[in-house]
Design a protein around this ligand. Sequence first.
Ligand SMILES: [Zn+2]
Length: 474
Amino acid sequence: MNVKPILASNCLVFLPSRLLTLLAILTLSVSFSAVGQQPGADGMGDALYPQLGNGGYDVRHYTIGLNYEPELNRIRATTVISAVATHALSRFNLDFYGLTITLLSVNEVAAALDRIGQELIISPAESIAAGEPFSVTVKYSGIPAPVEDPAVPWTKLGWHEYAEGAIATTNEPSGAMNWFPSNNHPLDKATYTFRITVPVGLTAAANGVLTQTIDNGDDTSTYVWQMRDPMSSYLATVVIGDFTVERDDTGPVPIRNYLPRDLSDDAKEALAKTQDMMAWMIDKIGPYPFEAYGVVVVPGFRSALENQTLSTFSPHMLLPSIIMHELVHQWFGNSVSPAGWQDIWLNEGFATYFEWLYAAETTGSPGIESLIPDLSPALKQPPGSVEADALFGISVYYRGALTLSALRAEVGDEVFFDILREYYQRYAYSVASTADFIAAAEDVSGRELDALFDAWLYSEEMPDLPQSPEHTTQ
Ligand SMILES: [Zn+2]
């Protein structure tokens, strides 16, 4: 790319023979410098979302500095990405949707930029060698626009204002790119620093732990949050609002909940069970993976979402079963994340299974198997091979959970929980595929289980649940 300006400005002054020589040298040097260099891929090969994520580098850390102006509903932000090239890079992509970019640099040198849809195509002034650490700085502003995604047509995906001054983010699966540029696929986990500036009177929460609150002396405050464990971009969150913070340090993990001032007593009572649920999950699977946990309750928000260390809730969804479901995701989904979006049953099937098991063990309510007659028609969709528009369909949750029930009936209680613990330990802070889970189940049980998983995850007809004397919901 250095070739063009030299020829354009200087070539006319050369004699023809010198020009030919120069052209030969330039051609050679271009061929030489191109050896081993290639553009980073514009996707990570996801079966459902081929454009999500990018190839050629591995992000290690995101620093997101973001200023929210509620009167304009606007953000002004600078995201700095620290990454390492996995091959020699002539250019590479980030995923970013909407918003206006005012500065883009690589290693603090301005870089050329193309935007095609959600792809930021970045050509650094100097190419990047294989294995070389590099940084990308993107400065941008505007009003984030919802991302269209066939998996969640009912949701404003990404950064969204739910009520006056009440901001929450719903990234899963593709929405992160409406508020920060990223390698937007679970395969590339990284640590995060958030520096969120809001007017006095509003509070900003994000993933991880609050390490600093800075009074800027201009009627704004900056909240600094650190997520020091690896996190997929779909689990990153910033939430802004007028909250009270309630802490519970009576159990194994510090819990801090960000709650609206008018939250009902029933909802608070349901949340008070979180430490018991935490202890129950730790007993079943192993230590909680992160430094802290909590929920944030956002007026106008309409669902519940397991953002890493800080689940986001509608005020109307603070029910014990849903509080448990989002907590379980901290192990299954957040620490062990899906290698591809078609592996989503590893998130939702597991969270649903433990939600029902906890209810059965603590309140004696019937097990998940009792649902089969009511749900049968919806359970024909095989949960292991869903399309994007069925990513969060009933079958992923319930037939996914029933797959675990069937496995438990097949191998017995002791081996079943050994399988889950082994699978969790193998892939904690990383990603796993359905094949990885099946391999763990076969390794631990010493049995060939393909037929069981084929029938439950990939066949049109849902099999009958095997009955076993060992299969109880104690
Ligand atoms: Zn879930």
